[in-house]
Design a binder for this molecule. Structure first.
Ligand code: ADP
Length: 252
């Protein structure tokens, strides 16, 4: 088993994927592989297929053509959801249940304990997760009372409590105030350094070029897939977006 995992470190692998909600495909000829430990951003204009691509990777949609695999299994049969931490765009507070930060993070242990009680060890993992994201002081606060940035940290802590090794984030800093955004990306960087694979769906190009190591630029097809530095130098952005967009800065 050890040898097998060394041979194949792919977290996500798409081969010649095509998918359409109707007769015409919204993503086409998509082949890409994301390895364990990578920090990858998917960028593209609105409607370019970013969310669709993510759903195909996670097995929420099935390709019309080609194959999608996650952790070495066909995505549509993969069922170890605890390995995947998903952080959505932060929704408006009024729509969420009045539960506390600690309760959200404890949910991360449920795949491991079923509906059984959390052990002392589970609670230690929950405390560690809260500590890692800097939310210990807010553990008993209701999620509805948090700022956007704090809420996103709480959901990252839930992923850590579930011991996810892939974090998928869909425009996670929309609605998060500017000061908190920087701290949020610092947290992602340190999680990535600790070995967690990061897949960031992002429309904010400066965030992508400052933080991700690799960029996949999408507009129905892949226009660019490679190191962030090369993406910045390339004309992929202008071709994919059909405009002359500019960058603010790069990671290194
Ligand atoms: P992005 O995330 O880049 O904004 P999407 O993957 O959401 O792009 O959408 C890609 C295309 O698929 C768009 O033209 C969108 O209108 C269409 N689309 C997305 N979801 C659905 C759906 N559930 N049913 C039909 N069309 C959809």
């Amino acid at each position: 088993e050890q040898a097998e995992s060394k041979l194949d470190d792919a977290v996500v692998e798409l081969s010649n994927v095509e998918f359409g909600y109707t007769a015409s495909p919204v993503v086409e000829d998509i082949s890409l592989r994301i390895d364990s430990g990578e920090y990858v951003a998917v960028v593209g204009p609105n409607g370019s297929g970013k969310s669709t691509l993510m759903k195909l990777m996670l097995g929420l949609l099935r390709p019309d053509e080609g194959t999608a695999a996650i952790f070495g299994e066909p995505s549509h049969v993969f069922d170890d959801g605890a390995r995947i931490g998903y952080v959505a765009q932060h929704a408006s507070a009024s729509k969420e249940m009045p539960i506390t930060v600690r309760e959200v993070v404890r949910m991360g242990r449920f795949p491991h304990v079923g509906f059984g009680r959390l052990s002392a060890e589970d609670n230690r993992i929950v405390d560690d997760a809260l500590e890692t994201v800097g939310m210990t002081a807010f553990a008993n606060r209701r999620v509805t009372k948090l700022s956007g940035g704090q809420r996103q940290r709480a959901f990252i802590a839930r992923a850590l409590a579930s011991e996810a090794d892939l974090l998928v984030l869909d425009e996670p800093t929309v609605g998060v105030d500017a000061e908190s955004v920087e701290a949020f990306y610092d947290l992602l960087a340190s999680l990535n350094e600790s070995g967690i694979t990061i897949l960031l769906i992002e429309h904010d190009l400066s965030a992508v070029t400052e933080h991700a190591d690799r960029v996949v630029c999408l507009n129905r097809e892949i226009y660019f897939d490679g190191p962030t530095e090369e993406f910045v130098e390339s004309d992929a952005l202008a071709r994919a977006f059909g405009t002359a967009a500019t960058f603010v800065g790069t990671k290194r």
